[in-house]
Design a protein around this ligand. Structure first.
Ligand SMILES: Nc1nc2c(ncn2[C@@H]2O[C@H](COP(=O)(O)OP(=O)(O)O)[C@@H](O)[C@H]2O)c(=O)[nH]1
Ligand SMILES: [Mg+2]
Length: 268
């Protein structure tokens, strides 16, 4: 019985083989008809396409979705973080000393239909002791939001400029051309300074830093990118990174310009 079945199977296979043989033969002849150069070109094209497809996928996966909120303490970063996440300012929460971090769909986009890409937002505390945290987050940033207190701007102008200068002169940051949004916060109060005024003051202050830094020896500034155009007053438009200015109020939830910036650099 067993032997019989084996025999049957053998015959079946033989039968298939005989049927396929002419096909194989035809295929072989066809390949022989094609000039070898054309054959190689075809194989090359297939390999190249596969390679590029793989590369493209790799590239897509490493697209950053991190937005860094930086700026002095008290500028309103934490409130903005909560507004983006929950659509509420969560008044009365303790001042955070740890980076506030989260990956979420923007509150304003929750009701949107379709697949929405979540955004990773990091609120880096402004305390100078914690600024080394920036080294961790800046390289992964799709964009940096530098929050400025538009109410108490003048007393903080120098410190804010120094912080911004520190970010804008990091060689790795400049090379990546990470976009920066200077966000003038707290515009809900009538005494808030305008974004144009704030931009000009920051430019003036950075110009002073620039002058004093270029006097330092070259060894010290090896890791530092030199800002601006020599002999010209500093303007953000001279930066390698795209720097824009916008307004917001974390308190009232008027954050549309901030959300626009985020969506420009983290596509949904
Ligand atoms: N008027 C006003 N006050 C704000 C606004 N955003 C934040 N604040 C206040 O500014 C203070 C500092 O805010 P916070 O988010 O903790 O700043 P952070 O240190 O940058 O995280 C808090 O007392 C907030 O209530 C705003 O848009 N308008
Ligand atoms: Mg905070």
């Amino acid at each position: 019985m067993e032997v019989d079945r084996m025999e049957q199977l053998k015959n079946q296979i033989l039968h298939w083989k005989n049927q396929i043989r002419p096909w194989l033969h035809q295929g072989e002849e066809l390949i022989h008809q094609i000039p070898p150069t054309q054959l190689y070109a075809a194989i090359g094209a297939v390999l190249l396409t596969t390679f590029f497809l793989l590369l493209f996928r790799l590239f897509k996966r490493t697209k950053f979705n991190t937005i860094v909120l930086a700026g002095l303490s008290g500028s309103g970063k934490t409130v903005l973080f909560y507004q983006l996440r929950d659509g509420s300012s969560h008044q009365g929460t303790v001042t955070s000393m740890e980076p506030n971090e989260g990956t979420f769909v923007l509150h304003s986009e929750i009701t949107k239909k379709g697949k929405i890409k979540p955004i990773h937002i990091v609120d880096v505390p402004g305390h100078s002791r914690l600024r080394p945290k920036l080294d961790e987050f800046l390289p992964r940033a799709a964009g940096v939001v530098f929050v400025v207190d538009a109410l108490e701007f003048l007393p903080n102008c120098r410190a804010a400029s120094e912080y911004l200068y520190d970010i804008l002169t990091r060689v790795s940051f400049v090379k990546k051309k990470t976009p920066v949004l200077i966000l003038c916060n707290k515009v809900d109060k009538v005494t808030a300074h305008t974004k144009e005024f704030i931009r000009k003051q920051l430019e003036k202050e950075i110009d002073k830093f620039r002058a004093s830094r270029t006097a330092i020896s070259d060894a010290d500034v090896a890791n530092e990118y030199t800002l601006g155009v020599p002999g010209e007053a500093f303007a953000f438009s001279q930066c390698h990174n795209k720097v824009t200015v916008a307004e917001a109020s974390g308190l009232t939830g008027d954050i549309s310009q901030l959300e626009q910036f985020i969506r420009e650099y983290v596509k949904s």
